[in-house]
Design a protein around this ligand. Structure first.
Ligand code: ZN
Ligand code: ZN
Length: 82
């Protein structure tokens, strides 16, 4: 599979290294953004449940378009109420 952004922007055939979790487009290393996404778990700490981050953080790959959109707006929330 080849990078969608390279194909549409530059008409280049560049091998893709990842798939965007937002739109499903295949992207090359230049067009992929790897983000860390920290998950949490509840553990009993003393008398109460505490929310603590899980290690290691999960990984999420997005294309540049989806990464920019997710940074500019709260897309997860909007998707949930769509
Ligand atoms: Zn590319
Ligand atoms: Zn995308």
């Amino acid at each position: 599979m080849n990078c969608l952004d390279c194909a549409t922007e530059f008409r280049l055939q560049v091998a893709a290294v990842a798939v965007c979790t937002g739109c499903g487009a295949a992207v090359c290393g230049d067009h992929a953004k790897v983000r860390e996404h920290t998950l949490t778990q509840k553990v009993l700490g003393g008398m109460a449940l505490m929310t603590v981050p899980v290690s290691p953080p999960a990984r999420r790959v997005r294309c540049l378009s989806c990464d920019a959109a997710h940074r500019n707006g709260n897309a997860e929330h909007r998707e949930a109420t769509w």
